[in-house]
Structures are given as C-alpha cells and as structure tokens.
Write a protein that binds this ligand. Structure first.
Ligand SMILES: [Zn+2]
Ligand SMILES: [Zn+2]
Length: 109
C-alpha cells in the first residue's frame, strides 16, 4: 500500500510540470522587428503628399485639418483619404498590415 501511495504522489507532481506552449505571437514581436517597422512607416508617411489646405476632419482623431507642417501636416494616402501626419503614423505602427483606416486600401511600400 505504501508503495502504491508514493507512486500516485509522483504522478500528481509530474502533472504540475506542464510545459508552456510555444507562443508564436510573442516570437514575432521581436525588438528588431519593431524598429524595422518604425523605419518603414516613417518612410511610407514621408512619401505621402502633404495637403496644405485639407478640408473636413481627420478620421483617426476626429480633429479638423489645419494648415501646418511637420508632425501636424495633413498627409494624403494613395486612395485619396487624408489624415494628420502623426495619426496615420501611429495607425500604421499599430496595424498588422499597411492599409487606409477608412477604406482598407493597401498602402504599398
Ligand atoms: Zn488626426
Ligand atoms: Zn482610403
């Protein structure tokens, strides 16, 4: 009886050592990937034409466009939709693929 009880105990403690499943999502979030993505997004956005007097609102932050430069400039995506420079940059950094937030038009590199 004593031997059987010991064996049962060993099986239970063995079950506690469950191997952690390999997580593909974690493996794809490598720091060098983040840096490469940031460089690609920066280049994509700076390739977009700026619109000096865009009308309407940015669909990402809902703020009106205004004549400005640099990080506040209005950038036109190749589909024709216009967003703030910072807004479309943040959007592309967080998107799983490069596309227009409104119409999903693919933004080519
Ligand atoms: Zn915006
Ligand atoms: Zn669009």
């Amino acid at each position: 009886m004593a031997a059987a009880s010991t064996k049962y105990h060993d099986v239970v403690s063995g079950n506690n050592a469950v191997p952690v499943p390999f997580d593909l999502d974690d493996a794809m979030m490598m720091p060098e990937n983040v840096e490469a993505t940031a460089q690609t997004v920066t280049r994509l956005v700076s390739d977009m034409p700026t619109i000096d007097y865009a009308t309407g609102n940015c669909s990402i932050c809902m703020e009106r466009f205004w004549p400005s430069e640099g990080s506040c400039a209005s950038r036109q995506v190749s589909c024709g939709h216009v967003y703030h420079h910072d807004c479309i940059t943040d959007w592309l950094l967080n998107a799983s693929f490069y596309s227009c937030p409104l119409c999903r038009h693919q933004i080519s590199r």
